[in-house]
Design a protein around this ligand. Structure first.
Ligand SMILES: Nc1nc2c(ncn2[C@@H]2O[C@H](COP(=O)(O)OP(=O)(O)OP(=O)(O)O)[C@@H](O)[C@H]2O)c(=O)[nH]1
Ligand SMILES: [Mg+2]
Length: 443
């Protein structure tokens, strides 16, 4: 008996409150149709939906067990089922709100609909703001990593300059000699150091520069002008054709890693990127590139180890053209700039690329390791002679005191530094910006 009442209470709870009240007050169920009609009305009211009434009355769908219910008044199971059916139905219908200009909407319903749309707009704006902040954070992140990486270069240049100028009242020959030594030992390079010292001497002799404190800002301006390098003229891809970039450099400078970072960078800009595994020489070089390809979601075109790198490039270009890639990055084997046969191999790759696609490779980027110091300049000279370098990527600027090499490279070679590597992670590549660089060294 107790169990019977318990179950009955449960059923009552689950049924619409108003139905329970209505039915219980009367003490009996007059007819299943009446109860059914009451419940329909009440549940529809409960849904608070702009079109609920219309939907249910218009509906062709029959409630489950309708017939069965009309036959047996006390079938609570069927009642429960039917109640669920209408609830579900009304809910599905409210999930499809009508537009504000819908003729069936009353003023109150329009108001509600407008509020709902305004809320959605607010959510969209918040989402957009967050996305913008993420991009900003990302930029701030790389900038602070870059500044941190440049700290040794900063103390090698600015730290020593500050100590030199401290307490000095005038610019003497001794001071200029010491300045020359600081610049020279900061990996700025002989020729660039000489150019800087000559210009300072000239300004001093013309009495344009008298106080040592002003010397620092004069140097800063001069170095800035060295860093503003005009782009090297190069072929541009024809509309609809991929931009083919060949990445070259001596062994272990960071070519493959940089290609991975570049692919990530270009992909985040929405480009379709493909990679060519043209280092068929070093063991595991193909696998290394394939890992990067997988990480960034870029297809890698490869042949087996030991095969001709030119034929890899030929196939990769064909594939990039047919698959409408935006950019094809070619990874090449590291080689010493002094080895003629290996340098000749690069010329062959270059020729074959041009045969497959007119103008390819559109760019040749030389990767230089910042920690090598002055040797980087002679590497750049040799690669440039052989291939005509269109851009430089300077890697491993994190934690080296030899960052001054950027100034020498820009001034002596007249080739723009495109990117700088500030770590081993996928996003540790920064587009080179002369002003950021000057700020990181001097401020
Ligand atoms: N700290 C630091 N390490 C880097 C950077 N770029 C590359 N490396 C590291 O340098 C090492 C060599 O990188 P790779 O990309 O294999 O160099 P590679 O020029 O392709 O080498 P080869 O194909 O053998 O000629 C790896 O350990 C990289 O993680 C950088 O910007 N900073
Ligand atoms: Mg490599």
């Amino acid at each position: 008996m107790g169990l019977f009442f318990k179950n009955r209470r449960k059923v009552k709870k689950k049924t619409s409150k108003k139905v329970t009240k209505d039915v219980a007050n009367k003490g009996h169920l007059e007819s299943s149709q009446k109860a059914f009609a009451n419940k329909q009305e009440i549940i529809i009211e409960d849904q608070d939906s702009p079109e609920a009434t219309g939907t249910v009355s218009d509906s062709n769908a029959a409630p489950p067990d309708a017939k069965e219910e009309s036959d047996t008044h006390s079938n609570t199971k069927a009642r429960k089922k039917r109640s669920l059916f209408f609830r579900k139905k009304a809910k599905t219908d409210t999930e499809r709100p009508k537009g504000l200009d819908h003729p069936e909407l009353t003023e109150k319903e329009k108001d509600k609909q407008k509020k709902r749309e305004d809320k959605q707009k607010d959510r969209d704006i918040t989402g957009q703001k967050k996305a913008k902040k993420d991009v900003k954070d990302q930029k701030t992140g790389i900038f602070s990593r870059f500044r941190k990486g440049m700290s040794k270069t900063r103390s090698a240049i600015t730290g020593r300059l500050d100590r030199l100028f401290l307490g000095k009242k005038e610019i003497t020959e001794d001071l200029l000699d010491e300045l020359e030594e600081i610049l020279f030992t900061s990996d700025i390079g002989v020729a660039t150091t000489q150019a800087l010292i000559d210009s300072v001497r000239e300004k001093v002799s013309r009495k344009e520069l008298k106080e040592p404190e002003k010397l620092k800002s004069a140097l800063k301006d001069h170095i800035s002008s060295f860093l503003e390098v005009e782009p090297v003229p190069h072929q541009k891809p024809a509309p609809g054709e991929p931009r083919v970039i060949m990445v070259v450099g001596v062994n272990g400078v960071g070519k493959t890693t940089t290609i991975g970072k570049l692919a990530y960078n270009f992909k985040s800009q929405g480009q379709k990127v493909m990679l060519a595994a043209a280092d068929t020489f070093r063991a595991a070089a193909i696998e290394q590139l394939e890992i990067w390809g997988e990480r960034v979601g870029a297809e890698v075109i490869s042949h087996k180890s030991g095969s001709d790198p030119s034929s890899v490039v030929f196939d990769a270009i064909a594939s990039a053209v047919s698959k409408n890639a935006d950019t094809l990055l070619i990874d090449t084997a590291g080689r010493l700039h002094t080895k003629k046969n290996l340098m000749d191999e690069l010329s062959k790759i270059h020729r074959v690329a041009g045969k497959k696609l007119t103008g390819a490779p559109h760019e040749i980027w030389l990767t230089l390791d910042a920690t090598t110091g002055q040797n980087a300049i002679s590497q750049a000279e040799k690669f440039n002679e052989k291939l005509g370098i269109t851009g430089i990527i300077l890697t491993k600027l994190d934690g080296t005191a030899k960052g001054g090499i950027v100034v020498g490279i820009s001034h002596q070679l007249g080739i723009p530094v495109k990117y700088i590597g500030v770590g081993e992670q996928i996003d540790d590549l920064k587009e080179f910006d002369a002003q950021d660089f000057i700020t990181a060294i001097f401020d």
